[in-house]
Write a protein of this length. Sequence first.
Length: 373
Amino acid sequence: MLNIADTLHNWCREGHPFALATVVQVSGSAPLPVGTALAVDANGTVIGSVSGGCVEGAVYELCQLLLTGDEPPTRERFGYSDDDAFAVGLTCGGELEVLVQRIDPSDHPHLTVALDEVTSGRPAAVAQIIDGPEELLGRILSVTGDGSTHDAAVDGEDWEGAVAAQTRALLHVGRSDRVEVGGESTACPERLSVLVHTHASRPRMLIFGAIDFADALSKIGDFLGYRVTVCDARPVFATPARFPHADDVVADWPHRYLAETEVDPRTVICVLTHDARFDIPLLHQALGLPVGYVGAMGSRRTHEDRLERLREAGVPQEHLARLYSPIGLDLGAHTPEETAISIGAEIIAHSHQGSGTPLTGTTGPIHHRRTPA
């Protein structure tokens, strides 16, 4: 859908109804991926593509049919025709399934909100129900970068919370995907397939301190979907060869680099230097920024000394309360790899408001709903 965001945004702002055809499933050598879309407005203007040309004519006719009537959303499958190579089908031999639905912007103001964000370069996600009960097929929900949910659902509908939680999680890591929701709980008893269209850069993990723990943590950060930067003031240690899993390796004073780089509420900052020369000016600055997580490595004695130095530097108590130190969950970690896992686990728990408690000692839902930032 977001491949044609600019035009859809214009149509929504102008209040023009349109039919939207979205690729929801592919197999074989189908030419375009899941999530690609084609749209047709009431004037017959068509934008986008679902197959690179093979089945566009048939999909266009379906769009026209839904635009002129009150037909509900429909799914159609297209595959290769062995009998007639010129029949409607994919000449490449693959198969694709398309969801076609009519969208009236007056009924979907939340879609305009999401497209406003996307076309302005800000993160947003649109969740589209592509399989499930007939009355929910094609329903759309939007989530903006601050985690706020926008939809056209009736208050109290069971599916909204479950879909919103999955959408926020994918937006957080900047990934589009098809997810299965519900069917196993009273919170969302219906089994739904949801296609989440995400517009977002990867969240950033800033690691300060070019040590062996930083190498292990950069692997975990990359695995979790972060864009990883390792920064250290010592050029001899801050080299790409020592940190092959980092996207960027920077030789600069940590506080100076942090002052010049971009951060947002999804950014996590991990201070591994446990050297007051670097830590204090860096944490003084980091704790005042609108980032998602700030953690610092060191013993409890180092932590108490660090807090005292930060207080003397004028850091207010409400900022100190944001500091995760000693960094990581209590997993009994010793090696750099084990420590990196404990730090990654704490970041996950913080991002999703988890307790870090073993699930065997808890009751209730396993997956937490995230509240907007």
